[in-house]
Each structure stands twice: as C-alpha cells, then as structure tokens.
Design a protein around this ligand. Structure first.
Ligand code: HAX
Length: 447
C-alpha cells in the first residue's frame, strides 16, 4: 500500500529525531506541575506527545498544524460534494502531507474491502437488552472484534519491535473500515427492523453510513456525515477518549482493546455524551414553550434555572478552549446554509448569544464558549436522525480516525508503557512544608 510506504519514510525521520533529542537533551525539563494543576486533572501540563492534532486555547483544533477550516478546503472531495473524503483525512493525519485524490481513494478502497462485520458481532448486538445504551453496544462490538487483531496474533509469535506499527496500521484500517457499518448496525438493531445492509461500493466511507441507515438518497445528509466525521476525528491526545486509548495501547493491548476503552470514556456526559445531553436540553426548552422559541428573557431564566439546579450547560465550556470552538463554527456555517429556518437551529443561535455572558457572570467556568457538542445533534436531528442517544456513537466513528492514527505513531516511536507515579497525600503535604512557610493545615479552615 502506498500509504504504508510513505508512512515508513516519515516514521524513520521522526524516530531518528526523537532518539537524537533524547541523546543530547534528555535531562531538559519540559513541564512542571503546580499543586493547583495536580488537583485539576493536570490541566495545562505538557505530558503527552502527538503530531496528529493540537488544540490551541484561542485558535482551536489543528490537524497536522493546519486549522480545520483549511483542512476542510484542502482535502480532496467527491465530485459535486462540499466536504472531503474521510480517506483523505486519514492519509493526512497519518503522514502530515495533503493527499492527492488517488491517495484518498486508496484508503477509501481499502476500507471498502474490509467493511463487512462478522455475523457473530451482529448476533451479540441483537442479544443485548433493548434498553442498552448505543455506546455500550458500540464499545462491546469493537471489543468483540478483538480476536481479529493482527497485532495480538503476531505478538504471540514474536513480533519485532520495529514492526509493531505495521500491524497496528493493519488493525487500524480493519477497524476503521468497519466503524460506519458498526454504527449503522447498532442504529438499525436499536431503532429499526434489525436488517443489516451491505455497503455501496460506489459511495465513500462517510456516505456509506447514510446508505446503511437507509438515507442514501439524502445527499445533504451524506455531506453532513463527511463534515461530522472530519470535525470529530481528533482533539489532541489529552482528551479522555484518546488518552484512554493511548494508555491502554501503551501496555501493548491492541487497537481493538484500546478503541473499546476510548469509547467507554467518550460515553461520559463531560465528554462525548454532551452531544446527546445538549440536544435533550434544547428539546426540553422548545417543548417547555409549546414548540415555539422562547423570548430572550425566558431563555435567560431557563439557563439560570439549569445552573441553579447544579447542572452544567451541555455543549459549553472546555478544558482547553477559551474561544468558540472552530468545530462549532464549521457546523454552524452548515446550519446557516441549510437549516436557517429550523426552530432548533434558531434556538442554538439564541443559546450561543445568551449562555457565554451568563457563564461569565456566574464566574465558575473557565471556558464559556460553545464546543463541538453544542450544535452537532441539532444538525443530525434536522436531517432526520432524531434518536439523540445515538449521537455519541457517531462521534465515536469519527474519533476512531484520530485515535488509531495516534496509536500507529505511538507504536512507531516505540513509546513505552505509560506509568506516572502516584504519591500519597502525606507526601504532598510534606513537599509543601519543604517549599513554603504556608502549611495549609489550619484546623479552623473549612472549604
Ligand atoms: N455549565 C456550567 N458550569 C460549568 C460549565 C458549563 N458548561 N463548564 C464548566 N463549568 C463549571 C464546572 O462544572 C466547574 O464547577 P465546580 O468548580 O463547581 O466543579 C467550574 O465551572 C470550573 O470548570 P472548568 O475548569 O471551566 O472546566 P473543566 O476543565 O473542569 O471541564 C468541561 C471542562 C468540558 C467538562 C466543562 O466545561 C463542562 O462540564 N461542560 C459541559 C459538558 C460539555 O459540553 N462537555 C463536552 C466538552 C467537549 C468534549 O470533550 N466533547 O466531547
């Protein structure tokens, strides 16, 4: 495969750079952790390596150094379509070079060959109770495929270290190929008649999801799928899903184990499930006003009410971002173009005007702007995918592109087992005594 050949050259270059840096500057301190950061999930501590993507607090997501609006413009697109092939994005994430149309189609064709899901996986999904959350089904289905892992098979037979990335690439192509079909199978089993369709080889990876849930006639939805999967692919590797995958993979657990773990993290309400919660929250507002838009005052009251109940405003705030998420903007542009008259979209717009000043006034959230989840569900809902507990699965389909790209590179650079040291509270206290007169142990102080 041309992609593997190109990747091999890049890997050699980067591997040598890393070894050289380690040899000459191994003792240089890159990052330090304050007590505040120690108790805040290590926010802002530079701890992880990824060239696939980076999140700038004030400029948002960059894939391979390029802001996503540029990536959307520069990647090859299917004829007559507004958004690019996911296959091109994958080649770009892996190599850092903008792919030609042939490069994009090479990945798309490889995916088509590998898209079929074994019958036993479908049976497992069908056997699960109908109340099972679609993310549980997704994680389970990925795990059920683990027996296919080339990495695991080769490892047992004495896989050479320098070949680890090659079998990780094979596993990654195999799993990502199946991701839209897995999601569609879950959709059809949970909300439809359970019939499983074959992919349409005339359609690309993203559009095939539309085909598999019987929306192949809907060209606008196919394009929305391309946009959706692209903006959800990666977000640095510090986020819970990507970090979970990298951590698990560092034990040389294969791509299937790693991605299943990632989906379990993505399922949390502070992470990917925020897209489900956001849509639910928006619908609650609309239903509360008999299907009509609230006035500005009414909406403000509703937002304050949510906060006073101790709840978060889903889709707002971020651990890193301190600006409107460019992934929100990309989807907002789609909304303005295709669903400007939709009540739900208009509500998203009102919320966008009203929530940031309220969060600012409340003074707790460090990020007050909308993130990717503030709008993604609204676009899906408008296009007829109304089962909002399914939206995080779609997030997961896109996210697997970035996660597996990171896993391939982690194996290529032979990143070791991740194993930070934990210390006891007594040790923390003793270090404070060592460095400061303030003991923090005033028995009369209650927080
Ligand atoms: N609404 C209300 N309060 C919020 C808030 C929001 N949207 N965002 C943050 N806060 C609160 C926090 O709950 C926290 O309160 P406490 O001190 O009482 O615990 C305080 O503000 C400080 O939080 P922070 O430092 O600004 O935010 P964190 O880095 O801890 O968390 C989150 C970032 C994204 C989890 C947070 O902003 C949040 O809960 N947002 C709503 C859920 C959401 O949209 N999640 C999706 C994020 C994007 C993503 O990963 N998608 O997958």
């Amino acid at each position: 495969m041309e992609l593997a050949r190109k990747l091999e050259g890049k890997i050699r270059e980067v591997y040598d750079q890393v070894r050289y840096m380690l040899a000459v500057s191994g003792e240089i301190v890159l990052s330090q952790v304050s007590l505040q950061q120690f108790f805040s999930g290590n926010r802002g501590v530079d701890l992880l390596l990824s060239d696939i993507s980076f999140v700038d607090p004030f400029d948002g997501l960059h894939y391979r150094g390029f802001p996503i609006d540029q990536v959307l413009t520069k990647l090859p697109k299917p004829k007559g379509c507004e958004f690019p092939y996911a296959g091109g994005l994958y080649a770009f994430l892996l190599t850092g070079e903008f792919p030609t149309l042939e490069d994009a189609l090479e990945v798309e064709d490889t995916w088509k060959e590998k898209a079929v899901i074994p019958d036993y996986v479908i049976e497992i999904l069908k056997t699960m109770p109908s109340t099972t959350h679609p993310m549980t089904m997704f994680s389970q289905a990925i795990l059920a495929l683990q027996g296919q892992s080339k990495f695991a098979q080769n490892y047992s037979n004495g896989l050479r270290k320098e070949d680890q990335w090659k079998v990780t690439l094979e596993d990654s192509l195999e799993l990502t190929a199946k991701a839209p079909a897995l999601a569609a199978a879950i959709y059809n089993i949970k909300y439809g008649n359970g019939k499983i369709r074959e992919i349409d080889t005339n359609l690309d990876w993203s559009a095939n999801f539309a085909h598999l849930i019987l929306k192949e006639w809907d060209l606008q939805y196919q394009d929305l799928c391309r946009l959706f999967f692209l903006v959800h692919a990666d977000q640095g590797v510090g986020n819970v899903s990507a970090h979970a995958a990298c951590l698990v993979n560092s034990a040389l657990s294969d791509v299937y184990y790693s991605c299943s773990a990632a989906m379990n993290g993505l399922a949390g309400p502070l992470h990917g499930r925020a897209n489900q919660d956001c849509l639910e929250w928006l619908l609650k507002i609309l239903h509360g006003f008999n299907g009509t838009l609230p006035s500005k005052d009414e909406l403000e009251k509703f937002v304050w009410n949510t906060l006073e109940q101790g709840k978060v405003i889903p889709g707002y705030g971020h651990a890193v971002l301190r600006c409107t998420d460019p992934r929100f903007i990309a989807q907002y542009e789609f909304g303005k173009k295709y669903l400007a008259d939709d009540d739900l979209f208009q509500l998203v717009d009102m919320v966008y005007q009203i929530v940031p000043p309220i969060l600012k006034k409340q003074g707790k959230a460090k990020g007050i702007w909308p993130n990717v989840d503030a709008i993604s569900g609204t676009l899906q809902y408008h296009c007829g995918v109304k089962q909002f507990d399914f939206y995080t699965v779609l997030f997961g389909v896109g996210r697997m592109l970035g996660i597996t790209a990171n896993l391939i590179w982690n194996r290529a650079l032979l990143l070791p087992l991740e194993r930070p040291q934990s210390i006891t509270l007594e040790m923390v206290k003793s270090r404070l005594h060592d460095t400061s007169d303030f003991s923090g142990m005033n028995p009369d102080f209650h927080y």
